[in-house]
Design a protein around this ligand. Structure first.
Ligand code: SF4
Ligand code: SF4
Length: 180
C-alpha cells in the first residue's frame, strides 16, 4: 500500500464509546474532557484529569482537564450518540488521540481498535497508514485542541499531576512518561 492514502469514514459501530477505561502507563484513564465539557455528564461520573501546581493541596493548584469515569458512555443510546452535535473534543478527535512518547513529545496517534480502521490493521503493522487528508481534517483539528492540554502538562512537568482512577488519587504526570 506504499503511496496509497486511505479514506477514513466512521461506521458508527459505537465501540469507541463502550470501552472508555484504559489501563496504561501504570494508571487507569477515563474519557478525557476539557473543563467546560464536564457539565455534559453527571457530577458522580466526573473526576479530575490533569492538574498543575507544585502540590495538589495548594491553593494555587489548578485542574486543566477532567475525566469521565464510566467504561460505557451514558450518552450512547439506541445505537447512537445522543449528544453527537455537541460531543466532547476527544470524541470529535477519535480515532486520533494525543500520545506522549518516551522522549516527552506529544504526537497524534490513531487507535487501531476503531472498527473503521480494523480492516487496515494487518497492513498498518507493515507500514504506517496514510490518511486522505480531507477525510480526517475535522478529527485532526479536534486532536490538536486536545493535544494542547497534554502539551501543557509536559511543559510543566515538575508541577504536573494526573488523577489515577485506579488508586483514586493524584500521581506525578512524569510517571506517565515511563512506558507507552
Ligand atoms: S459522548 Fe457520544 S461519541 Fe462521546 S463517548 Fe459518549 S456516546 Fe460516544
Ligand atoms: S470505533 Fe471507529 S468506526 Fe466505530 S464509532 Fe468509533 S470512530 Fe466510528
Amino acid at each position: 500500500m506504499s503511496g496509497e492514502t486511505v479514506f477514513y469514514r466512521c461506521v458508527n459501530c459505537g465501540e469507541c464509546c463502550e470501552r472508555l477505561l484504559i489501563d496504561r502507563q501504570g494508571v487507569r484513564k477515563g474519557l478525557p474532557l476539557l473543563p467546560h465539557e464536564k457539565e455534559m455528564f453527571r457530577e458522580s461520573q466526573i473526576k479530575p484529569g490533569i492538574g498543575i501546581g507544585e502540590n495538589t493541596g495548594d491553593s494555587g493548584f489548578r485542574i486543566i482537564s477532567y475525566q469521565m469515569t464510566e467504561n460505557v458512555c451514558p450518552h450512547r443510546r439506541l445505537g447512537g450518540c445522543i449528544v453527537w452535535a455537541s460531543r466532547p473534543t476527544v470524541c470529535r478527535a477519535y480515532p486520533f488521540m494525543p500520545t506522549i512518547t518516551q522522549g516527552g513529545l506529544v504526537i497524534k496517534q490513531y487507535d487501531l481498535l476503531c472498527r473503521a480502521l480494523s480492516g487496515l490493521t494487518e497492513r498498518a503493522h507493515e507500514e504506517p497508514v496514510r490518511f486522505e487528508p480531507r477525510s480526517v481534517a475535522r478529527e485532526m483539528e479536534a486532536a490538536e485542541e486536545l493535544s494542547k492540554v497534554t502539551l501543557r502538562a509536559v511543559e510543566s512537568l515538575d508541577g504536573a499531576w494526573f488523577y489515577d482512577l485506579k488508586s483514586d488519587g493524584w500521581v506525578p504526570f512524569r510517571s506517565l512518561l515511563g512506558e507507552t
